[in-house]
Design a protein around this ligand. Structure first.
Ligand SMILES: N[C@@H](CCC(=O)N[C@@H](CS)C(=O)NCC(=O)O)C(=O)O
Length: 176
């Protein structure tokens, strides 16, 4: 990764009906599309009933997140969100992209989630719709399988392990 990198916090202004205030951290590389946290920003843009904005943290010189993020969640990584709502005595802090996405979808973006069960098969094993099963699979595929492969490709590329060709391109041939 080259150039300026940064970490960003997304925080809400109080929303119109007081449902929630939300604070999220997201990582930004010098290009936004290199950050997994971009997914949370995309989702936030589709959410209804919340308001949010951004605060930016710079990565340290070693490219890692600054210690300040550990004060928000012990993982010290991004994204992490903190939700404030009158029902909670203290902010609810959530880490891990999948957890954050599921929580946001449950409360603010149900319109994006496919119907879980086929008619008449509610709650039954095997009663799920194909669309919902695919949705759930890709939710976990992103971090569970795809991201580790992409990160490995980034490392191979950055160390120039395939000097005669573009490492990411070469490594990506093995992507299934
Ligand atoms: N599995 C976590 C991964 C979080 C993660 O590694 N985030 C990176 C940014 S894309 C980060 O914070 N890196 C800085 C560091 O590890 O110090 C998730 O899905 O949220």
């Amino acid at each position: 990764m080259t150039g300026e990198t940064s970490l960003v916090i997304i925080a809400t202004k109080p929303d119109y009906n007081g449902i929630s205030r939300l604070i999220t951290n997201k990582f930004l590389a010098n290009r936004l599309n290199q950050s997994r946290s971009q997914r949370i920003v995309w989702l936030l843009q589709e959410c209804k009933g919340i308001d949010w904005d951004l605060k930016i943290y710079k990565r340290d010189s070693d490219s890692l997140a600054p210690p300040a993020l550990k004060k928000i969640h012990p993982l010290g990584k991004s994204p992490v969100i903190s939700i404030e709502t009158p029902a909670l005595a203290k902010p609810l802090v959530l880490a891990e992209s999948g957890t954050i996405i599921e929580y946001l979808c449950d409360h603010f973006a149900q319109h994006l989630v496919p119907e879980r069960y086929q008619d008449g098969k509610e709650g039954q094993v095997g009663g799920e719709t194909e669309q919902w099963l695919r949705f759930r699979m890709y939710m976990h595929y992103a971090e569970g399988s795809l991201m580790s492969t992409l990160l490995l490709a980034m490392v191979i590329d950055s160390k120039n392990l395939f000097p005669d060709s573009a490492g990411v391109r070469q490594y990506s041939l093995t992507l299934r």
